[in-house]
Ligand binder design. Structure first.
Ligand SMILES: [Zn+2]
Length: 279
């Protein structure tokens, strides 16, 4: 199999998607990441369970740099990010699937760049915040399985682990936010800095604070119930299988040259193998 593996970062227990699964510990300049390798839809795939195999790593403790660079080390060029999220927009309801086209970064205490600590300055362009080619693949795959696909949306990424307040949700509404979740930034930033394609598929599992009586993650009637017992998990897995099988190996987008015009200084040694500008 010569095609680059497709990367998948999920919040759910999606390891069962992989055939011929094996676990690999990938050392990076930032730390060691656990990656599950195998095939999905007969494509080579590399899967990261961002919350850990037992869902014990909250969003603010994820080693985002290691996760993204480990995928790059494994040859991944395209990353699909699965994010179960809340709705900020009353027109977007639990059960809908959002393929975001923009985001607002409301995180506060996360690494800002893969290149922090290096003798350089990186300013990548985010005019197209998500890869348009990969978004189109995700939209087509999702629409083949659901009539509730929303093709655009502004993803508000918050720090967590607490949920938002009603005032914060109202502020996000005024700012143009549509959905809210915690782990998507800085994955999207580091993927762009590593010149990888990145897009998010986000099943909606709750309304934001103040739009419903309460926001509950675990237990009866919770967001987890909506996702796992409401059929969304199975729907998203079918969509992911179809999307991964349909990702074109031809990168017709600009993601593979993201650092051109956005880099100044001396590239760190660890980056020279994988960044096109430094080869
Ligand atoms: Zn791209």
């Amino acid at each position: 199999m010569t095609q680059a593996p497709i990367g998948l970062i999920t919040s759910a227990a999606s390891e069962r998607l992989l055939e011929n699964r094996k676990e690999e510990q990938v050392k990076t300049p930032f730390g060691t990441a656990t990656v599950l390798l195998g095939t999905i839809a007969q494509r080579s795939a590399a899967v990261i369970l961002r919350y850990g195999p037992n869902l014990t790593v909250p969003s603010h403790k994820i080693d985002y740099r290691s996760n993204i660079w480990a995928l790059r080390e494994l040859g991944v060029e395209s990353i699909i990010s699965q994010n179960a999220i809340g709705s900020v927009n009353p027109a977007i309801r639990p059960g809908d699937i959002v393929i975001s086209d923009d985001f607002l970064d409301r995180t506060r205490a996360r690494p800002q760049s893969l290149f922090d600590g290096s003798d350089c300055w990186v300013r990548v362009d985010f005019t197209d915040p998500f890869c348009p080619r990969l978004r189109a693949d995700l939209i087509a795959a999702a629409k083949a399985h659901s009539e509730r696909v929303i093709e655009r949306g502004v993803f508000v990424c918050t720090e967590g682990p607490r949920f938002e307040t009603p005032a914060e949700i109202r502020a996000f509404q005024r700012e143009g936010g549509d959905i809210v979740g915690t782990p998507m930034v800085p994955e999207v930033v580091f993927a762009r800095e590593a010149e990888m394609c990145f897009a998010s598929i986000a099943p909606v599992i709750n309304f934001g604070a103040g739009m419903a009586p309460a926001v509950v993650h675990f237990g009866p009637g919770s967001m987890n119930d909506t996702y796992y017992r409401g059929g969304l998990h199975d729907l998203i897995e079918r969509t992911l299988i179809a999307a991964i099988g349909s990702v074109s190996p031809d990168r017709t987008c600009n993601c593979g040259n993201a650092l051109a015009g956005g880099f100044h200084g001396t590239p760190p040694e660890w980056s020279r193998k994988h960044i096109s500008l430094f080869r």
